[in-house]
Design a protein around this ligand. Sequence first.
Ligand code: PLP
Length: 404
Amino acid sequence: MFDVTAIRKDFPILSRKVNGKALVYLDNAATSQKPRQVIDAIVSYYSHYNANIHRGVHALSQEATDAYETARRKIQSHFGIAKPHEVILTSGTTHSINIVANGFSSILSPGDEIIVSQLEHHSNIVPWQMLCKATGAVLKVIPMNQEGGLNMDAYQELLCSKTKLVFVNHISNTLGTINPIEFMTQQAHRVGAAILIDGAQSCSHIKPDLVALDCDFYVTSAHKMCGPTGIGMLYGKEAWLEKLPPFQGGGEMIDQVTFEQTTYAGLPHKFEAGTPNVCGGIAFGAAIDYLNTIGFKAIAAHETTLLNYATEKLLAIDGLKIYGTTKEKTSVISFNIEGIHPYDIGSIVDKLGIAVRTGQHCTQPIMDFFNISGTVRASFAFYNTLEEIDLLTAAVEKAKMMLS
Ligand SMILES: *Cc1c(COP(=O)(O)O)cnc(C)c1O
């Protein structure tokens, strides 16, 4: 049923050449490629019903509003969210996190504690540091271990009555580690803390059920799951979203405006100031439809095959070390070859048409933990193939020969 050759035909970019070679795209953790179905949704919107939404009585405006609100409901249903107005459409994960961080600035008191993990993306560290600076709250860090997992004993010891908020990514973008978010959510709630899950890396691999998970907030970016850039979402439990103040002021987010006072619109509009990314929202919905047509079970099965095959092939290269070796991990492989700079490997494999990422992957604390300057990261999606992994392995071997 899962036919990778047929699936690849949905992605126009996968048939292009780079440096005279067929493109092998293995940078999916940075952003995913887009299928024709999503590109068509974008073209169709701008060709047929581009209009501003929620304000016009004219036909185009109503069509655009309907399509945008239909997309919101697709997102709601995909992520297992109880109410459509608990889905706030944002410009992406970073924007969503900043809405929550800004909101908590009116809740936190000096001495309150926020817990983040050592595996976080920079976008998940900096807003909390800014928040702590502004409120006098204290940032605590859940330490990682040699395998690239989080130390759950240390996490439980950090939790206390002062903890107001816990932030953790579902999956590490650098190591592929899948964190035990069910357990972490239960434990946070045990001390009355809220928990925010960064789903930017998991959304393309795992279909979550947020009501069952019971997390307080969940954020993600459409571009990591076959949608366009510039659109993403913030899920928050209704009670939390009612409690947090708005992030930005502007049109769409108000109820009554006078120069003395403004009252805010209800959810979700309170957090959606200004003209939204209408096209992006609609295309986000198209991406969700596309992924569900393939099915997340089939996606996970194929990606596990790719991960196991690539791990075995790469480890056969002498001097190659993989970072991130937990049992629960997704199809991301971060590696180095002894004595060779990751950037040099990345440059040589690029000449052979292979796109990998090199550097710190926005996670300097992980690099510091392993005492390295960076890694080469190959991240696989459901449209990658075993043949592409053979090409990667051969290219890395060639790079090694040229550089050592
Ligand atoms: C990509 C990513 C982000 C940042 O997402 P943006 O789309 O750049 O806002 C945050 N966290 C993780 C785990 C990511 O993979």
